[in-house]
Design a protein around this ligand. Structure first.
Ligand SMILES: [Fe+2]
Length: 237
């Protein structure tokens, strides 16, 4: 197994993820145990809640990269961008934090409402050669019971499902939607979105569900091949 995790809050002291280096190292132990060999680190960039400055993120990344052990995954710096004023400004200026060295970036939206013109904006990103990666699409109320809108958005971005949601840890409706997205083929990839050590055992249960219901080839596609394709700048089918 050589999995690639596109979404995790393992950098310490920046958001609601790891509070300190010891926790980050314990998380990396558990992530390695899951079979992850490349870990993308995605601190929140969310106006008015968690908006650590980029110098603080770089510093936390340097500390963790220096402290990690040989059995730990390699790290790739990225961010979880909220679709808010800061994101709009950065998009206009071409400064949205991406997965380092790639054309892909991770974005989330507020669960209760779809941003105006989201489809058009995603299309524009695609036309510019970017790969928008939508975090936890199972949370977004506007996509529940709306496969038509889901399919339209999916044509312009990669859906990355939280493994914990698949296993039922993020709410019943979210679990139903996560499984629906997987079973209908809307999911591009899966990720841990781990904020603490315990989240990684929950992610393990999500992987077990995929193995059992969809087969191990699906696990390899969603947690190995597809994340690598995204980081190469491709939008998986
Ligand atoms: Fe997250």
């Amino acid at each position: 197994m050589s999995f690639v995790d596109l979404h995790c809050h393992v950098l310490h002291g920046l958001d609601d993820g790891s509070p300190d280096l010891a926790t980050s190292l314990a998380m990396l132990d558990a992530l390695a145990g899951l079979g992850i060999t490349e870990q993308c680190v995605t601190p929140h960039q969310k106006a008015s809640q968690y908006l650590p400055d980029l110098a603080a993120i770089d510093a936390a990344y340097a500390v963790l990269d220096a402290a990690r052990k040989p059995h730990h995954p390699t790290l790739r710096l990225a961010a979880e961008n909220m679709w808010d004023d800061v994101f709009y400004r950065r998009a206009a200026a071409g400064t949205v934090p991406h997965y380092a060295g790639t054309k892909a970036f991770l974005v989330e939206i507020p669960p209760p409402l779809m941003p105006p013109n989201m489809r058009e904006r995603l299309f524009q990103f695609r036309m510019a050669g970017e790969v928008p990666v939508l975090a936890h699409p199972e949370r977004y109320h506007g996509l529940w019971d709306n496969d038509e809108l889901t399919a339209e958005l999916r044509r312009c971005c990669a859906f990355v499902i939280d493994l914990g949601a698949i296993a039922g840890f993020h709410g019943k409706r979210e679990s139903k939607m996560a499984r629906h997205l997987l079973e209908k083929g809307f999911a591009a990839a899966v990720a841990t979105d781990a904020h603490q050590v315990g989240d990684i055992a929950q992610a393990q249960q999500g992987l077990a569900w995929i193995d059992k219901k969809l087969g191990h080839a699906a696990t390899v596609r969603l947690f190995d091949h597809a994340p690598r394709a995204i980081l190469r700048g491709e939008l998986p089918d």
